[in-house]
Design a protein around this ligand. Structure first.
Ligand code: DGT
Ligand code: CA
Ligand code: CA
Ligand code: ZN
Length: 571
């Protein structure tokens, strides 16, 4: 059982306790526990009670619970809580603007147990009758339900990845000689995935039995000799297909998709007198096999270079593959710097030195410390005096932990487009990332003008998470992104691909547009802890989907080169 699966159960216990209005210390203990387990580099399942308790923040009780989950797949306490509330109530959690306390009240006061019942109650105006609620809250709830429907059943890429890796490892343990891999949208690195598609070749039919015996399986949706589907804990649907080795490449190609890419590829085959399906590539006239064991073989037989899965979206890749002009995509190891991270000075969990040490251990050459500015009071944002004092501390640590450091800030762009901190303060820093964290509901023109004004400020070097979206949760704010991109190019403001797993902002299409319009891009973690530095892997994935090469992303350059490209250092 991997850390994330354990963390999910602990987190769900915290949610259920909160719905129950249980002891806040207990709730916090589980919530922190979930956080620690999710972010700790040790494999929890392999630690004994003593080893678990050596991890800061994990006490005796929590250690016992973690062991129980690792050993049995669940905690009895979790099951008890689930027996008290209809499990459907957990579906209400995570609705934008509906916290556990509200869920508890909706259940107690209105008897609401499901999304449908909540929608009905809101439509009938019953929610507004509750204390502290009003028609406005009701409208927000209905909007949140609509958003949820829109995304129904999809999961963030990193969550899907973790679930798939664990499942594939389990299958491989039972079929060591088979080739088993995840395909579908997951292999294409799409930011959200509808399900997990696993392909096995060279495995015998017994693997299907092992597949449905996996300990996280909640329900078997379909079972056959070559294809089965299950639903596993966490809400993922997983499909397994078993194919013969001679069809492996064809099946990988077919089930990796995308559907749009496949259709163009199949049409190309038809034009060449060939037939392409998940079993192979065949000649139409005599039905003889042209290829199918490897993807390479298929693309080559169709006169194409092999196309990296991230580009298989019918966005020009066929043409480039035919002309042999596919880009050499950026890789995670190309990143030398990380330009957006937080410390305990605002809402991060680790100190300047700790973040620097973790960055060094992760192989980075330089970082920027960019805590929040004053306007984000919730995150204990810095005013001018604190920002400058913090910068002095960062500079004092520069070079002492194996990485070069820039003293920066993530400065709020206020509602009118002015910067949260005074220009003479910003001018004294090494890098300023400007971001929107408030007044999301402005109309398109207002929001566009607001960000344009920030871009025009000579102290702004990077535009942070430019569209404000939260994947599967919050739509981007209304914005003329093209106008923003053009202004950023004109003013030499770099634009961030924020690697937070639910942001990935800019997205792939926007990042590609930005590059095409001459904008310099950076890929940043926006880490709030040491472990969170690793999320740049997902930012890089998004950059690959944007066709970016290492040369398009300025934090792939050595420190001095990078620094010279910051807007404040250009002349
Ligand atoms: P998802 O699951 O919504 O995140 O996206 P995918 O791309 O993983 O879609 P999925 O799981 O429905 O199917 C996996 C792949 O199988 C898909 O990318 C391409 C292929 N495929 C599925 N249905 C069709 C189809 O009707 N025609 C063609 N050409 N390919 C298909
Ligand atoms: Ca899929
Ligand atoms: Ca599927
Ligand atoms: Zn931010």
């Amino acid at each position: 059982m991997d850390n994330l699966a354990i963390a999910r159960i602990l987190g769900e216990i915290a949610d259920l306790l909160e719905i129950k209005n249980d002891n806040p210390f207990k709730i916090r203990a589980y919530r922190n526990g979930a956080d620690i387990v999710a972010n700790d580099p040790h494999d929890m399942a392999s630690l004994d009670l003593k080893g678990l308790q050596e991890i800061p923040g994990i006490g005796k009780d929590l250690a016992a619970r973690i062991r129980e989950i690792a050993d049995t797949g669940d905690a009895a306490f979790h099951q008890e809580l689930l027996a008290e509330f209809p499990p459907s109530i957990l579906d209400l959690l995570g609705l934008q603007g509906v916290g556990p306390k509200t869920v508890a009240r909706l259940y107690r006061e209105l008897g609401v147990k499901t999304l449908e019942e909540l929608e009905e109650a809101a439509k009938e105006g019953r929610v507004r009758s509750m204390k502290g609620m009003g028609p406005k809250k009701e409208t927000l709830i209905l909007k949140a339900i609509d958003e949820r429907r829109l995304h129904g059943g999809r999961h963030l890429l990193p969550d899907t990845h973790d679930a798939a890796v664990a499942y594939v490892a389990y299958l491989k343990a039972h079929a060591p000689d088979a080739q088993i891999e995840a395909v579908g949208s997951l292999r294409r690195g799409q930011e959200s995935c509808g399900d997990i598609d696993i392909l096995a070749s060279g495995a015998d039919a017994a693997l299907m039995d092992r597949f449905i015996e996996y300990k996280l399986v909640e329900r078997v949706l379909g079972q056959g000799d070559t294809k089965s589907s299950v639903r596993i804990w966490g809400g993922f649907q997983v499909d397994l297909r078993i194919v013969s080795p001679e069809s492996r490449g064809a099946a990988m190609q077919y089930f990796t998709g995308s559907k749009a890419h496949n259709i163009v590829l199949r049409d190309r085959a038809i034009g060449l007198g060939l037939k392409l399906n998940e079993y192979g590539l065949f000649r139409v006239d005599d039905e003889s096999r042209v290829g199918g064991a490897s993807e390479q073989e298929i693309y080559e037989a169709l006169g194409l270079a092999w196309v990296p899965p991230e580009l298989r979206e019918d966005r020009g890749e066929m043409n480039a593959a035919e002309r042999r002009t596919l880009p050499t995509l950026i890789e995670h190891r190309d990143l030398r710097g990380d330009l957006h991270m937080h410390t305990t000075e605002s809402d991060g969990r680790h100190s300047i030195a700790e973040m620097a040490q973790a960055a060094h251990a992760a192989g980075l050459e330089y970082i920027a410390i960019t805590d929040h500015s004053r306007n984000l009071a919730m995150a204990n944002g810095l005013d001018e005096a604190r920002a400058l004092a913090h910068a002095a501390r960062v500079r004092a640590e520069d070079g002492r932990h194996g990485v070069r450091m820039l003293a920066g800030i993530e400065c709020d762009i206020l509602a009118d487009g002015s910067m949260d901190l005074a220009d003479d303060c910003l001018a004294q820093l090494d890098i300023v990332v400007a971001s929107v964290h408030s007044a999301f509901n402005q109309d398109r023109q207002q929001m566009t003008e607001r960000i344009l004004r920030a871009i025009e400020n000579p102290n702004v070097d990077v535009l942070g998470h430019p569209t404000g979206r939260l994947i599967l949760k919050r739509a981007p704010y209304a914005l003329d992104i093209e106008a923003i991109i053009e202004a950023a190019a004109r003013h030499h403001v770099a634009i961030e691909i924020n690697s937070q797993v639910d942001r990935l902002d800019l997205n792939d299409v926007q990042a590609r547009l930005a590059r095409d319009r001459g904008v310099r891009l950076v890929i940043s973690s926006d880490a709030h802890s040491q472990a969170a530095l690793a999320v740049t892997r997902w930012g890089v994935m998004q950059a690959r989907r944007a066709w970016l090469t290492a040369g398009d992303v300025i934090n792939t350059r050595p420190f001095d080169d990078f620094r010279a490209l910051l807007r404040r250092n250009l002349r």
